[in-house]
Design a protein around this ligand. Structure first.
Ligand code: TRP
Length: 407
């Protein structure tokens, strides 16, 4: 049984009203067609909502219009974002850190979420960025060889670079390729590992007695890029705080990181959490590369995109045209509408679609057509930029070096 099926089953057996959703770094499943209850998650994780006041302050401090994912609550939760804004207001530096577990060569449109917002943040704040590819994590969790991971990393890095980062401001690394070359990184890893007991790791991540010890150690690897002293070639000896944009399932890693940071004499990483990108079949689970039918890939042809959306995108429309005209569609569960919230830039157009679909004036086929156009354009632009990423470009991004900032 797949992880997801197992979890759904567990949910159904338990039927526990308080815990309808399963969210951890490995599993995201909800019982509800409208997806995870994010309000509950904020409470359970103890993070803070990105509210109107914070967004206003964000706009004031940056002097730039907000990204649509901030306007629309797609990045909805945070830790210490106020501190980062204050830091920037005072003319003091911070840096960005995000990452990806390179599990397969095929990245899908949902994988773009952290990278697109990070690119925007890098432009708005003009700060250094480090991107971690956790090939070690995937080696530990999946049945995959180190050799094949090396080529998956390379293909993923192309997709990441195609998001438009500035090579003079960005360092991309894979754990297997980089950690052995950087004693300062390894020393911080071991410092973190010394601060977290097995009991705590079990409590945070749910490890069991028969898990390999590599998995138990791994959270220290993901924690370490949160500390500027792990990258002396970028930051020298400066103690610079960082901001981590990520999907909220990654929060357990950073709760742990924030807990140990003061004992290392480091600053706690700030966080910005996004919602999950729903699977084509509906928001009960997120899009996953291991299920090709649940995903729109960055390598898909226009025809594949069209077929997948038409065939699989879960519809909130009614069974017949007549019924739809009478009752209208349900945008909350309609995957095409939900994807447009991510990728259609124009707020007015999105609102018009919401109204028309909800009233029944717009039919499912018409809604899908709008989404197909948007995704075809997005994917083909991405493919064109990706085609320009040569081996030489990859090497430049992945070379440990000083960036365009002085510390
Ligand atoms: N564990 C993440 C994944 O499987 C990869 C990752 C490493 C990451 N460092 C990160 C994600 C920092 C977000 C932020 O995808």
């Amino acid at each position: 049984m797949s992880d997801v099926a197992e979890c759904v089953e567990r949910l159904e057996i338990n039927g526990d009203k308080e815990n309808d959703d399963v969210v951890d770094p490995w599993t995201v499943v909800s019982k509800s067609d409208s997806g995870i209850d994010y309000e509950k998650l904020i409470k359970r994780f103890g993070s803070s909502r990105i509210d109107e006041e914070l967004l206003e302050r964000f706009t004031r401090v940056t002097g730039k219009p907000l990204h649509r994912w901030l306007r629309r609550g797609i990045f909805f939760s945070h830790r210490d974002l106020h501190r980062i804004l204050t830091q920037h207001e005072q003319g003091k530096p911070f840096y960005l850190y995000t990452g990806r577990g390179p599990s397969s060569e095929a990245m899908h449109v949902g994988h773009l979420v952290p990278f697109v917002i990070t690119k925007w943040l890098q432009d708005v704040f003009n700060v250094p960025l480090v991107i971690q590819l956790t090939d070690d994590e995937k080696y530990l969790w999946r049945d995959v060889s180190m050799d094949s991971l090396a080529s998956i990393v390379k293909e993923n890095v192309k997709d990441i670079i195609a998001c438009g980062y500035d090579v003079e401001k960005t360092f991309i690394f894979s754990d297997f390729q980089f950690v052995g070359k950087c004693p300062e990184f390894y020393r911080n890893m071991i410092r973190v590992a010394k601060c977290v007991s097995f009991n705590q790791a079990k409590g945070i991540f749910g490890f069991g007695d028969s898990d390999p010890i590599g998995k138990i150690m791994f959270p220290a690897v993901q924690a370490t890029p949160s500390f500027s002293s792990s990258f002396p070639f970028i930051f020298g000896s400066a103690n610079v705080p960082c901001l981590v944009p990520c999907a909220i399932d990654q929060d357990p890693y950073f709760r742990m990181t924030r807990d140990v940071a003061p004992r290392l004499g480091c600053q706690k990483p700030a966080l910005m959490h996004s919602v999950f990108f729903p699977a084509l079949q509906g928001a009960r689970t997120k899009m996953s590369s291991s299920d090709p039918l649940s995903s729109v890939f960055l390598s898909d042809t226009p025809k594949q995109i069209k077929n997948k959306i038409n065939k699989y995108a879960f519809s909130g429309g009614q069974a017949s045209v007549q019924e739809h005209r009478e009752k209208g569609g349900n945008c909350e569960v309609d995957i095409s509408y939900q994807y447009l919230r991510f990728f259609l830039e124009d707020d007015d157009k999105l609102e018009q679609i919401r109204k028309d679909y909800s009233s029944g004036a717009m039919l499912t086929g018409e809604l899908k057509k709008v989404l197909i156009d948007v995704l075809q354009e997005l994917v083909s632009t991405h493919q064109a930029r990706r085609a320009e990423v040569t081996c030489d470009v990859i090497q430049r991004f992945m070379e440990p070096r000083k960036l365009k900032f002085s510390f």
